[in-house]
Design a protein around this ligand. Structure first.
Ligand SMILES: [Zn+2]
Length: 101
């Protein structure tokens, strides 16, 4: 799978998890604790589980995004392999290197 496709699949998964969380828990934030409320306990557990999934997906996405400081890759691929990520950074879909703007 091309890096670009992997990243957009991860973006989609993150979006779905966030929407599901808002739908089920009814809040983008962790609901405050209500002692003795079993539904509140379930909502908080569900929220935390989905938050964990989202953080894992974001960590995986960070590994896929180019990291010039770590890799120092010099790209020699043709321009057709080049694309721009969500933050506007140009990168190579083939070797994952950041490209000069
Ligand atoms: Zn390249």
């Amino acid at each position: 799978m091309a890096v670009k496709k992997a990243i957009s699949s991860i973006d989609l998964l993150i979006q779905e998890k966030k929407e599901f969380r808002t739908k089920v828990v009814g809040s983008e934030e962790l609901p405050p604790l209500i002692q003795g409320d079993i539904i509140n306990r379930f909502d908080r557990a569900m929220w935390s589980m989905l938050q964990g999934d989202i953080e894992w997906l974001q960590a995986i996405k960070r590994q896929l995004l180019p990291d010039q400081h770590r890799t120092k890759i010099v790209c020699r691929h043709p321009k057709k392999d080049h694309d721009t990520d969500g933050s506007g950074q140009k990168y190579c879909m083939n070797c994952n290197a950041n490209l000069p703007m």
